[in-house]
Design a protein around this ligand. Structure first.
Ligand code: SF4
Ligand code: F3S
Length: 104
C-alpha cells in the first residue's frame, strides 16, 4: 500500500484524490490518509503531491504513519473530489515535527 506521511499535515493539497483510480483517500481536519486495504499500489498519487507526502510502505521509518493511515481511514469520510487547500498550506510545507499539529 501507499501511505500519506507527516508532511501532509496542514498542507492538505488534495491533488492526490483527483488521480486515485479507486478513491481510497479519507479526509481528516488537516490531512488525508490512504485506506491500506483499498489502495491497489498503482503509485500514480506519489508524484502528484506538491508536499511529497506520499510514499510506498516499503520505505523505512513509516510505522507511525502506517498506523495512523489504517486507523483513521476506518473513521474519516471518503474524499474523491479535490477542494482548495488551506490558504496557509505553502507556509507549512516542510515544517518539522508536524505531528504536533495533527488533529482528528
Ligand atoms: Fe490510490 Fe494508487 Fe495512490 Fe493507492 S497508490 S492511493 S490506489 S493513487
Ligand atoms: Fe496531502 Fe499531498 Fe494529498 S499534501 S492531501 S497527500 S496531495
Amino acid at each position: 500500500t501507499y501511505v500519506v506521511t507527516e508532511n501532509c499535515i496542514k498542507c492538505k493539497y488534495m491533488d492526490c484524490v483527483e488521480v486515485c483510480p479507486v478513491d481510497c483517500f479519507y479526509e481528516g481536519e488537516n490531512m488525508l490518509v490512504i485506506h491500506p486495504d483499498e489502495c491497489i499500489d498503482c503509485g500514480v498519487c506519489e508524484p502528484e503531491c506538491p508536499a511529497e507526502a506520499i510514499s510506498p510502505d516499503t520505505e523505512p521509518g513509516l510505522e507511525k504513519c502506517l498506523t495512523l493511515n489504517a486507523k483513521h481511514a476506518d473513521i474519516w469520510p471518503n474524499i474523491a473530489v479535490k477542494r482548495d487547500p488551506p490558504p496557509d498550506a505553502d507556509s507549512f510545507n516542510g515544517t518539522p515535527d508536524k505531528f504536533a499539529y495533527f488533529s482528528a
